[in-house]
Design a protein. Structure first.
Length: 66
């Protein structure tokens, strides 16, 4: 039961961020994953993580005695 709730929450989140779409064109139920948007969003996340890591490294190299 817990696994179904977790899967449901994940699906709702994916729909809310626009990665997953449900449609029924001509009565044919369809689930689509917007792979271009997923790639774009994950690329943005990777860039932000790299920037954050660079900032942490910059701050770690700070010597207060100088």
């Amino acid at each position: 039961m817990r696994a179904l709730i977790i899967a449901g929450v994940i699906i709702v989140v994916l729909v809310l961020v626009g990665w997953l779409r449900f449609s029924s064109p001509e009565g044919d139920p369809t689930i689509r994953v917007d792979t271009d948007r997923v790639k774009q969003d994950t690329s943005n996340i990777v860039e932000k993580a790299k920037d954050a890591a660079s900032e942490v490294e910059r701050r770690a190299d700070y010597d207060p005695e100088l």
